[in-house]
Design a protein around this ligand. Structure first.
Ligand code: ZN
Ligand code: ZN
Length: 254
């Protein structure tokens, strides 16, 4: 904790730095863990990708700062000035609302991602903001945060804005961030970790896993969603799963 007489600009700077370091560590540990799993489960999948992975790590660490600055400032405001609708008291919200809050956060994040992602596939915006992400051909476990700063900014502001509008317990917010981190990494790692009974179930028709996002990286103009296939299905942009990943996972449909 900082002394109470710390000047506000210095306190904000320190909070932004602290959250940047946390986001960067979270990225390195999660991507590193799934890269290790990839080396064991799909040996050779990232062979010859050293240069691509180093580039992905550089862009991702820059993205960590772009995520860390607004998040750190909002967290400081929450702790010191009572900003936001975040609570640390489980009883402050009804029990049934806690899982609902997680779904609301994920759905809003998914909606913002879908539409900003579609805009970034227009030629001009693609060159400016999104080509960096698609430089990863095919993506790896290190691609999760490999974004141009403009694209990183579109993702970085969603949750810091949402916490002012939608009440959430800090533990549930942690769960949202954990889901965001793990799905960001696993959806890019080039192989399917979820079992066939889930990926090809009625629920799997609405959820995005590596099999779905890989197809976005293969064909570009489809499968724009982040967690859910709702917008892709509603807007006719869902082209199904990557044939390569489905075949390699042994998930060939009956
Ligand atoms: Zn991607
Ligand atoms: Zn894209």
């Amino acid at each position: 904790m900082l002394p109470p007489d710390t000047p506000v600009p210095l306190a904000l700077l320190l909070a932004a730095c602290a959250v940047t370091i946390i986001v960067a560590l979270r990225y390195v540990l999660t991507s590193g863990l799934f890269a290790l799993a990839t080396a064991r489960i799909r040996p050779g999948l990232y062979e010859g990708k050293r240069q691509q992975i180093l580039r992905e790590i550089r862009w991702s660490l820059l993205s960590a700062a772009i995520y860390g600055v607004p998040a750190g400032m909002v967290m400081w405001g929450w702790r010191n000035l009572g900003w936001t609708q975040i609570t640390a008291d489980w009883a402050a919200l009804p029990l049934w609302y806690h899982p609902l809050s997680v779904l609301i956060y994920l759905f809003v994040q998914d909606t913002c991602f879908y539409w900003s992602h579609r805009v970034m596939h227009r030629p001009r915006w693609f060159r400016i903001a999104h080509a960096v992400h698609h430089d990863s051909k095919p993506p790896t476990a290190w691609t999760a945060m490999s974004f141009h700063p403009v694209e990183a900014l579109t993702g970085a502001i969603v949750i810091p804005c949402l916490v002012f509008l939608v009440p959430i317990h800090i533990g549930m917010l942690g769960l949202v961030l954990t889901i965001a981190t793990v799905m960001g990494v696993t959806n890019h790692m080039g192989w399917e970790m979820f079992p066939r009974w889930l990926v090809h179930s009625a629920l799997g028709e609405w959820l995005i896993t590596a099999s779905h996002h890989e197809r976005h990286h293969e064909e570009y103009r489809c499968n724009y969603g982040l967690y859910f296939r709702v917008w892709d299905r509603l807007c006719g942009t869902d082209r199904g799963l990557s044939k390569r990943i489905v075949a390699e996972a042994g998930h060939v449909r009956a």
